[in-house]
Design a protein around this ligand. Structure first.
Ligand SMILES: Cc1cc2nc3c(=O)[nH]c(=O)nc-3n(C[C@H](O)[C@H](O)[C@H](O)COP(=O)(O)OP(=O)(O)OC[C@H]3O[C@@H](n4cnc5c(N)ncnc54)[C@H](O)[C@@H]3O)c2cc1C
Length: 495
């Protein structure tokens, strides 16, 4: 019987995971990628002996990758190795306190008790609620299309709805955390999880309290060789299964006729297929590939997630107080988020995230040195002068680190590179440089993300961080699963 053909636009995590799933389901699959390499927001580069991961730095839920290898019948251990981190993150506060977020629940609860006086039983109960929320509600909402009637009649939906408590929707994450923790430090630490999808903890619903389950219960992991290995092995697996990649191949248009998707135009040539999946940002998919400006504008009804300014520093010194993931909190978190989302400006005392992969991969920096990925959450690009703002950000970071680490950090920076909202947009095609598509700054945000299929154009589908269920690597893997399930149903009698 004739094989069905699929075209994927973009080789981000979701694009490649969808390609593998469709190939395993028997489709002929071709991926068109505008860049020279696969991985989208996952990039990597070397400078003066320092190796940097350019984009994501936190790896959770490795089972998503394991599942793909299992599905494809390939042993993951021949491709990829990773280890569980004993410490999820090191937190530093302006008042001189610091908290080590041990992966071990009991140790973490003791640490919160010892450092900021939290009742260990309450801390453990909070993490238990996070687990219940994730397993009962998250698993349903993150693994199915919310835009198909059958999801709402699925037998798993009733326990999920039953577990849904009013505060999860009607309290903000900050209010919820304020009821569970008495110290400002623990409240800020758990508020930080809203930034997992580029949201504001003072606006985002308490539903986001399911996120700590990923980091503090299931654990954080380090892929040997860095985050770029996730993209590398997905590409290897896809090619091994027969997926064809085209690089330097920007899709210019999606071909549709009489409400049916027929293929794509690349470099002026038509490529036809039975279905197309766009892993490109949904705003640009409508704006550029479908020339549907009104639909593109409709997408913007939902606020974009925050973006980032990143400084990649080769540091010729080793800092024993730092680990793989480190956060230096601002003294006034609420004000910081007001600057990011309302004023759309830089805040002069920003929260700084530092990722140092040379702590795990010694070859990522020369001897006695460290590769620092220093990131600030900043507003999505709305025309600010990022060249000027980046210099301001650099100044604020240096002032804060000098103060909190008691050093003159500039003495140790021997190489520097940067990324900002404009270069994030030009690199991965993410509208306004948002890291996670749309934010979760409203109680209905989860329901407002674009579906994984087109309601207007048959056999056109969407995956990736800008559509359901949202941004971040684990959710991009989920979107690949959801979109493949939809396609398999639509093409049931194919083989
Ligand atoms: C700096 C940064 C830090 C982050 N930190 C984390 C983290 O620690 N943990 C985490 O889980 N997530 C993190 N994220 C978010 C995570 O990286 C994304 O959610 C995820 O990688 C998005 O994957 P995607 O499948 O949506 O595709 P994307 O990575 O957005 O890739 C889309 C692909 O489509 C291609 N494309 C676009 N237009 C076209 C076209 N016309 N034709 C052909 N190809 C096209 C692009 O070149 C790109 O390769 C971070 C993101 C950034 C930028």
């Amino acid at each position: 019987m004739e094989r069905r053909t699929a075209i994927i636009i973009g080789s981000g995590i979701a694009g490649m995971a969808t390609a593998i799933r469709l190939r395993v389901a028997g489709f002929e699959v071709e991926v068109f990628e505008k860049n020279a390499t696969a991985g989208g927001k996952l990039t990597s580069f070397e400078k003066q002996g320092y190796i940097f991961d350019g984009g994501p730095s936190l790896f959770t839920q490795p089972e998503n990758l394991e599942e793909l290898f299992e599905l494809a019948g390939e042993p993951i251990e021949s491709y990829f190795s990773y280890k569980r981190c004993p410490i999820a993150c090191n937190y530093f506060y302006e008042n001189g306190k610091n908290i080590t977020a041990w992966a071990d629940q009991e140790m973490f609860a003791s640490e919160l008790h010892e450092k900021v006086g939290e009742d260990p039983k309450k801390s453990i109960a909070y993490l238990k609620s996070s687990e219940i929320l994730y397993n009962k509600i998250g698993n349903v909402f993150l693994n199915y299309s919310l835009h198909k009637q059958r999801t709402w009649t699925n037998k798993r939906i009733f326990p999920a709805l039953k577990a849904l408590r009013i505060p999860y929707l009607f309290s903000s994450l900050d209010q919820y955390n304020g009821r569970h923790f008495k110290s400002a430090e623990a409240r800020q630490l758990f508020n930080r999880y809203a930034t997992y999808n580029g949201s504001n903890p003072y606006k985002a619903p308490a539903m986001l309290s399911l996120i700590p389950h990923l980091e503090q219960n299931e654990g954080t992991f380090y892929p040997q060789g860095g985050m770029i290995q996730i993209a590398n092995v997905l590409k290897l697996l896809a090619e091994k299964k027969g997926v064809i990649f085209h690089f330097h191949a920007a899709v210019e248009r999606i071909i549709e006729a009489e409400g049916h998707c027929k293929g794509v135009v690349v470099n002026g040539n038509n490529y036809f297929a039975d279905l197309v999946v766009s892993n490109m940002d949904i705003y640009f998919t409508y704006e550029r590939l479908l020339k549907n400006h009104s639909k593109a504008i409709e997408i913007l009804k939902q606020e974009r997630s925050s973006s980032a300014c990143i400084f990649y520093w080769g540091i010729k010194k080793e800092f024993v107080s730092l680990g793989l993931h480190n956060i230096f909190f601002s003294a006034d978190y609420e004000k910081e988020f007001k600057y990011i989302f309302t004023l759309k400006q830089l805040y002069r005392d920003p929260t700084i995230y530092i990722n140092i992969t040379s702590k795990y991969d010694h070859q990522h920096s020369p001897a006695n040195s460290e590769n620092w990925f220093v990131m600030l959450n900043v507003p999505a690009n709305s025309g600010q002068d990022w060249q000027v703002l980046k210099m301001e950000a650099r100044k604020y970071i240096i002032e804060k680190l000098n103060r909190m680490l008691n050093v003159n950090i500039e003495d140790f920076i021997e190489t520097e590179d940067t990324l900002d909202p404009v270069t994030i947009e030009s690199g991965s095609g993410s509208y306004m440089g948002s890291l996670y598509g749309t934010s979760s700054n409203s109680k209905m945000a989860a329901f407002m993300r674009h579906p994984n299929f087109s309601k207007e154009v048959k056999h056109l589908y969407f995956c990736g961080g800008s559509v359901h269920p949202g941004g971040g690597i684990p959710l991009c893997f989920s979107s690949a699963k959801i979109v493949t399930d939809l396609i398999k149903r639509d093409f049931k009698n194919t083989h």
